[in-house]
Design a protein around this ligand. Structure first.
Ligand code: CDV
Length: 358
């Protein structure tokens, strides 16, 4: 295999019910890992969904603090997620297999006076047995106060988590042969000849071009993104207001899948990067989640996608040199972007319309 090729496995998970034990979820995740490393060629990087170890608990209003805390992994400056007792067996197994993983989880950060809670993902290197990078979800969707409608699918991420605030790309050692390394005379711009550059997003982040562009500006070649996306939630997604009749469940799911793929293909294309996008899917706690796990190339084409709504490996070997055309032509950012025209983008978060006409 060429020295620029990397084999990825997107490990789509079927539903994790609220009543499922941690052990049963871990055992399904370990089977997916085993499957990913025993295929040919074996996966070098396995990507799991957002909040992979538990049910998507922000869909519930949970007044019982003990239950709420049970979904989080405790971390501190001395102890990262791979040491959290609930999930240590997962990371130990990853280390034994010598594979790399991206995995999403709920983080309880005990680093200051007060515990802070985040919706996080880590990139863990099984070869070196350590967390190489951690990402905290920046765009938290939903609401703080629960929807009053009985049976509504809640989305309480704004209640349970604090926002992350940075998009830091990172290089991953050991995936490709003859990568340029730092030496006093190494070039500053390596044009894809160093160790691969990855970025991480979580779920709702994929709908916002800002994170993708932040990674594009750091030369990211692969963006990894896990998600839990509700297939039917009229309070949250789209609008029936101007439709002649409300979307049926089937129509709504089709539209959510369309917007999922639109966000992934468009942003991969506009930043000339691959993306590996992984769902937790199926009927979870009586609420449907879309599948749609897919791997996208820098031209915006889907190169592999899930066929089921359950546990499934979707794999592809990606030639990272395919990012070069976009990065040096249409989306050569340094040559074509116009900072002088973009001032508003950092001055304003929400919409301010031009004044009314007289
Ligand atoms: N987990 C998520 O971030 N879900 C959102 C839904 C609520 C719109 C998503 O963007 O898929």
């Amino acid at each position: 295999m060429s020295s620029h090729q990397v084999t990825f496995a997107a490990a789509q998970l079927g539903p994790n019910q609220r009543s499922d034990s941690r052990e049963s979820v871990l055992s399904r995740m370990l089977s997916l890992l085993e499957q990913a490393v025993s295929q040919s060629p074996p996966a070098q990087v396995v990507v799991f969904p957002e909040l992979a170890f538990t049910t998507f608990f922000p869909r519930h209003f949970i007044p019982d603090d003990e239950e709420l805390q049970s979904y989080f992994e405790a971390e501190s400056p001395d102890s990262q997620v791979d040491q959290s007792p609930n999930v240590k067996p997962f990371f130990d197994h990853v280390k034994k297999l010598g594979v790399d993983v991206y995995v999403g989880y709920a983080e309880a950060w005990n680093g200051g006076e007060k515990t802070e809670y985040y919706n996080s993902a880590v990139y863990y290197s099984g070869r070196s047995g350590q967390v190489l990078a951690k990402y905290r979800k920046v765009h938290l969707p939903g609401v703080f106060e629960p929807f009053p409608e009985p049976g509504a699918t809640q989305q309480l991420e704004k209640r349970y988590f604090k926002n992350g605030n940075s998009f830091e790309a990172f290089r991953v050692p050991g995936l490709v042969g003859d990568a340029l390394k730092a030496t006093p005379d190494a070039p500053v711009q390596t044009d894809g000849r160093g160790d691969p550059i990855f970025g991480m997003l979580i779920c709702n982040d994929r709908r916002w071009p800002e994170g993708w562009r932040a990674y594009g500006l750091q030369g990211a070649e692969v963006v990894l993104c896990g998600y839990n996306t509700t297939a039917y939630a009229p309070q949250l997604l789209g609008s029936d207001l101007y439709e002649s009749k409300p979307l049926s469940r089937e129509e709504a799911e089709k539209e959510v899948l369309y917007h999922n793929q639109l966000s992934l293909t468009a942003n991969s294309y506009m930043n000339a990067c691959f993306s590996v996008n992984v769902a937790k899917a199926g009927e979870e706690d009586g609420h449907p989640l879309i599948a749609g796990t897919c791997i996208v190339d820098p031209k915006g084409y889907v190169v592999a996608e899930a066929r089921t709504k359950g546990d499934e490996i979707v794999a592809a070997t990606l030639d990272l040199r395919k990012c070069r055309a976009g990065k040096t032509k249409t989306f050569d950012l340094g040559r074509h972007r116009r900072l002088d025209a973009y001032g508003l983008l950092l001055e304003r978060a929400g919409v301010e319309e031009p004044p009314l006409l007289t």
